[in-house]
Design a protein around this ligand. Sequence first.
Ligand code: HEM
Length: 282
Amino acid sequence: MRFLNVGTEKKLNKSIREVHEFADEVIRARKKELSSYSGENKRRLSDLLTVFMGLKDDEGKLYSDKFLRDICVNFILAGRDTSSVALSWFFWLLEKNPAVKDKIFSEICGIVGERDESNMGEDRGSVVFRPEEVRKMEYLQAALSEALRLYPSVPVDIKEVIEDEVFPDGTVLQKGEKVFYAIYAMGRMETIWGKDCKEFKPERWLKDGRFMSKSAYKFTTFNGGPRLCIGKDFAYFQMKFVGASIIYNYQVKMVENYPVVPRLALTMYMKYGLKVTLNRRT
Ligand code: HEM
């Protein structure tokens, strides 16, 4: 099929072309924008693409457009659906665990209440969380981690053996073989997480009220070792910011009897999405 370029292969090639065209256009536009700036203005742009455009490879040459395109596509693919499916499962879990939702809401209100202008009658809708406030949302971080343990965005990951190896349990691996590890299953194993492994309990991530991260070899949602997800900290920041903004401003209610069905692909998303109603908090 691949060599004949028919059927699904043809469709795949067309889709890849479209994704590449999109990324090429982003790069072209950014280069044009950069060439119209000078000095300080240029330095003020600190997004990832601009940073990569200014870096040089091992031979001291600027990265090629193809390399920049691969960077763009990699980050879009790795960073978009992973965070959005995580938030869907997170909000679904909050509906089933209203006490957790209330605790998150109280934590956010406490943090907003510390603002100097909090007594000045600031409109709730105009609150934009500051980075230092997002960092303080440790219970929210615990609840997101717990959601990612039970519903990891990437439920199964694959590695290829690059040289012959023997695992500590005696399993022999030969160069070229594939190893699958089931992140979803590992997040629910009693031997790893204890008797309450099936429960949604953000408290397991807290010690004296502070968020405590776990070893990446226990909590494998972001992979571990040298290829640990490069966007992990960014993902937490983004999910905390979006989650807090929604919870602070709205009452989220699932639409009754709407089917919530997991669908296994590269990411574990909801087959029919998550249907909710939002009512503005007053
Ligand atoms: C909840 C959110 C996220 C989850 C659960 C997640 C999970 C993962 C996992 C499991 C891997 C390893 C894949 C492999 O073995 O090849 C990975 C790699 C990666 N992730 Fe994430 N990710 C998330 C968000 C993000 C975001 C927001 C970005 C970028 C802004 C990002 C960028 C990347 C990149 C570039 C890699 C490849 C790193 C490498 O191979 O060295 N991820 N991520």
